[in-house]
Structure formats: structure tokens, C-alpha cells
Design a protein around this ligand. Structure first.
Ligand code: PLP
Length: 487
């Protein structure tokens, strides 16, 4: 396939996410070039459209599986290494003083310090951006760090957010308690309450936020409708696509503006690392909305830079990297980036199997007398069944919850009888997992918030892995038997 790469070891121009668009208004930057060839500031501008061409030059329309393996990477020019090298280096040597100054002043692309950018991370950023159809991405220390980076880039004291009430407990905690301490308030609305989304917007609202599949009830966010409400108000829609991954859904196609993933889950896929990725569609017009002086007014923290002038498409990521990553410092380790990349290379194969196994388990559980209800949009009984059929034709994922009949003690007996399912706090592992949300992931929520998120004392959440599905069903049968005996 030859030289297909764009970022990382070969072409670090991704160190500024969307950097191919940086300078289209003020600076003259060359087209992406090898890191071994310094760019000329007099070279032609790059008013390139946001296509996949940049991720795999020469391939204008590569398929998803090809991008999962190749986007952003290339054989290492120095050693010929085919796999992405792990660049465990804090810093990168300047060629001379002029080179150093121009890197700092963003007149040329290149890596300076790994808190801001790193060649291995750049490959991951390029790859996820390509899979999502975005203009660029930033790898972060965790999914939580990606959410915080997105919010803190747009919001400050006195700002307001509108968020779905069906969120991962940690996200709810950040919005409801922690950000409130810093003067950022959130109004929570049920994801399906369309009038609620519209009615909650205030003059100081900065973004709308929801999960593509709400955790753990699998409420499907109606992204086309909610994004239209956001856009009517001059606001972006941020979605957490952790449960869907770009294999099940590409939220930008439905109108979302920003996406983040907890790469800890399906993207890395093996329960080995904590990481996050924040992706920008590049489509939101920050300049014409009056709500974002952070992007359209001079920024004292970077010589009066106006991010939306610097890059019409990459303004958000530019500020997120130049301010949020620089100052808050929640960057991803290059070793983690490598492990996430390793996971992404088999994402299409794994997701297909995750979903296939999940469907079999959902059908099994739905037929069990001990099971009161199963919350998976695959089932017609799920309120978002029809929406899921439209937005998630490949399936609604492999993490879902069900309600066991009986007492809390029976729930405990069920979980403790499982042998293949591991009882732990994670999802999206290649191994099957189980947890009791009310006493663990969502324990900080009060009863009202739990009820709003669709969680009861009998709710059990499963994350279906890649084992033989017959063994998974066998394990569940045994555990249901144990729960029955515990009555
Ligand atoms: N979003 C969802 C849907 C999650 O399930 C989680 C963690 O469980 C997060 C975000 C936070 O990700 P991380 O643990 O990588 O910070």
C-alpha cells in the first residue's frame, strides 16, 4: 500500500488537530509533509475540504475497516517499522532557534512537548477523526478528561449546559456537583423529552450534551432532532459515543458537532488502559454564533490569537489543545495511545461479535421468568426500538441492563454465582462483565436521579464480551438458578 500516512511518525502536522486548516486565513503553510522536511511558511495555502484524503492520501474513499487499520499511520521513515512506534519522549529536538520559535508560534507544525502533542498520539487522533468523519481529534487521559476538555473549552463561570439525565454516573457527577462548584450550571432533561431540550436553553447556555446510548437504560438520543434544536439556538451538540463507537454510529452524520469517547471501553477493547478521545466535526460555525467569544475574540493566553480566525474549521480543537490540554494537562500517555490503536485495528471485528453475542443474550434473558424486563432497543418493548432501528441499523450495542425479580439478596446471589462474567466496574472489555449500578457506578445519585436514569435496586448491567455465546448463556442460567434458590 506504500506510503499512506499522514500523522504521527511521518507527518506530525496533526499536532494541531485540524492543522491542515490552520493558517488558511492568516498564515501560509505548506501542505502536510514528512517530519524530516521542514515546512516552508511561503508554500501554498491548504484550503483543503474535510475529506478522508488526508488520513490516507491517494485513497479518496477508503472503507471503515481499512481506515481502522491504516488511517494516520505509515511505515516509519527512519526504521521501516510497520506498526506504529511508541514515542515515549517528553520532548522533541529543535533544528535551530528559528525552528524552535516558529513551532512555539504555531507557524509550522511539529511536536514540542508531549503534554501538548506526541507522534504516537497523533496517529490515534488522526485515526479516530477519520473513523468518525471529523476534522481532527485530541487524545486525553480518560473519557472524563475528554468531557471536561470539551466543556471547559466552551464554558466558564456563569455558563449553563443542557444535558441528558441518562448519563454515566461520573459524567452526571461532574455536571451536577463539580462544575456547579466552578459556576457552571446544568439543566438535566430526559433524553426523549424534545420540548424539554428546547425549553431548557438559556441565553448563557454553551452546549447540549447526551450519550448516543444512555447509560445504563440504553435510551437512544434522537441526534437529528436534538442537534436541530441546538443549531436553532446557535449551540453545538456534544455526544458521548462510548457505547456505540464509530462502528455502530457516526454521530456527525446525524448532526452532532462534537463527540467524545471513553477509549477505556470498546476502542481499546481489552480492559487494559484508561483513555479518552475528543473529536470535532469541523462543521459548527463558531463565528456566527454570538455565544463563543472564547473562539471568536482575542485570547490573551496566546498572544491575542483569535482561534476562529486562525482556523475556520479547527478553532475548537485549537483552543482545546492550546489552552485545555496545555493548562489542565490531562493528556494521554503515548503507551496508552498505542494500546488504543491496537484495539481499534480490530474494532470492526470485535464490535460485530459483541453485538451478535449481545443479541443472543438479550433474547435469552427476555424469555426468563426470573427476569422482569430487559432494557435493550433490540426488543420492541424498549421505548426507543424504532429510533434505534433508524439510527443504529447494526444494533444498539453490547452494554445493557435488565431487572431481576425478587429481593436485593437475590440480586447479590445472581451476581456472585456468575463464573465467566467478571464483577467489576467497566464496560466494553473483550471479556463479559456484570455490575449493580445502584450500589456502584451510579451510587452518588439520589433516588430521584436514579429513577430519572431508569435505575432501580434490581437493575443489573451486563457488558457482553467475545466468549462463546453458549458459555455465556450457560453462566447466566446457573446464576438465575442461584437467584431463585436465594428467595
Ligand atoms: N462515558 C461512559 C458512557 C462511560 O461508561 C464512562 C466510564 O465508565 C465514561 C464516559 C468515563 O470514561 P473514563 O472512565 O475513561 O474516564
Amino acid at each position: 500500500m506504500g506510503r499512506i500516512g499522514a500523522a504521527g511518525t511521518v507527518e506530525p502536522y496533526r499536532m494541531e488537530a485540524c492543522s491542515r486548516h490552520i493558517g488558511t486565513k492568516r498564515r501560509h503553510l505548506s501542505a502536510p509533509a514528512s517530519s524530516t522536511q521542514p515546512r516552508s511558511v511561503d508554500a501554498p495555502q491548504w484550503p483543503q475540504p474535510a475529506t478522508l484524503e488526508h488520513a490516507m492520501p491517494g485513497y479518496s474513499d477508503p472503507g471503515f475497516d481499512t481506515l481502522a487499520l491504516h488511517a494516520g499511520a505509515a511505515p516509519d521513515p527512519a526504521t521501516g517499522a510497520r506498526a506504529v512506534p511508541i514515542h515515549l519522549s517528553t520532548s522533541f529536538v529543535f533544528e535551530n532557534s528559528e525552528h524552535a520559535a516558529s513551532l512555539f508560534n504555531m507557524e509550522r507544525s511539529g511536536h514540542v512537548y508531549s503534554r501538548i502533542s506526541n507522534p504516537t498520539n497523533a496517529v490515534l487522533e488522526e485515526r479516530v477523526a477519520a473513523l468518525e468523519g471529523g476534522c481532527g481529534a485530541i487524545a486525553t487521559a480518560s473519557g472524563q478528561a475528554a468531557l471536561f476538555l470539551a466543556i471547559s473549552t466552551l464554558a466558564g463561570a456563569g455558563s449553563h449546559l443542557v444535558a441528558s439525565s441518562a448519563l454515566y454516573g461520573g459524567s452526571h457527577n461532574l455536571l451536577h456537583y463539580t462544575l456547579a462548584r466552578f459556576g457552571i450550571d446544568t439543566t438535566f432533561v430526559k433524553p426523549g423529552d424534545i420540548d424539554g431540550w428546547r425549553g431548557a436553553i438559556r441565553p448563557n447556555t454553551k452546549l447540549l450534551f447526551g450519550e448516543t446510548l444512555g447509560n445504563p437504560g440504553l435510551d437512544v438520543l434522537d441526534i437529528p432532532t436534538v442537534s436541530a434544536i441546538a443549531h436553532d439556538a446557535g449551540l453545538p451538540l456534544l455526544v458521548d459515543s462510548t457505547f456505540t463507537t464509530p462502528w455502530l454510529m457516526q454521530p456527525f452524520e446525524h448532526g452532532a458537532d462534537l463527540i467524545f469517547h471513553s477509549a477505556t471501553k470498546f476502542l481499546s477493547g481489552h480492559g487494559t488502559v484508561i483513555g479518552g478521545v475528543l473529536v470535532d466535526s469541523g462543521q459548527f460555525d463558531w463565528d456566527s454564533s454570538t455565544r463563543f467569544p472564547e473562539l471568536s475574540q482575542p485570547y490573551d493566553g496566546f498572544h491575542g490569537m483569535v482561534f476562529s480566525e486562525e482556523s475556520s474549521i479547527g478553532a475548537f480543537l485549537l483552543r482545546a489543545r492550546r489552552e485545555g490540554l496545555r493548562d489542565f494537562g490531562a493528556c494521554m500517555s503515548p503507551h496508552t495511545a498505542w494500546l488504543v490503536l491496537q484495539g481499534i485495528e480490530t474494532l470492526p471485528l470485535r464490535m460485530a461479535r459483541h453485538v451478535e453475542n449481545a443479541h443472543a443474550v438479550v433474547d435469552f434473558l427476555a424469555a426468563q421468568p426470573m427476569v422482569e424486563s430487559v432494557a435493550h432497543p433490540r426488543l420492541e418493548s424498549h421505548p426507543d426500538h424504532r429510533l434505534a432501528t433508524r439510527l443504529l441499523p447494526r444494533g444498539a450495542g453490547a452494554v445493557f441492563s435488565f431487572n431481576l425479580r425478587g429481593t436485593r439478596e437475590q440480586g447479590r446471589a445472581f451476581i456472585e454465582a456468575l463464573k465467566i462474567f467478571s464483577h467489576l466496574a467497566n464496560v466494553g472489555d473483550c471479556r463479559s462483565l456484570v455490575i449493580h449500578p445502584a450500589s456502584t457506578t451510579h451510587f452518588r445519585m439520589d433516588d430521584a436521579a436514579l429513577a430519572q436514569a431508569g435505575i432501580t435496586a434490581g437493575t443489573i448491567r451486563l457488558s457482553i464480551g467475545l466468549e462463546d455465546v453458549a458459555d455465556l448463556i450457560d453462566d447466566l442460567k446457573r446464576a438465575l438458578g442461584a437467584a431463585k434458590r436465594a428467595a
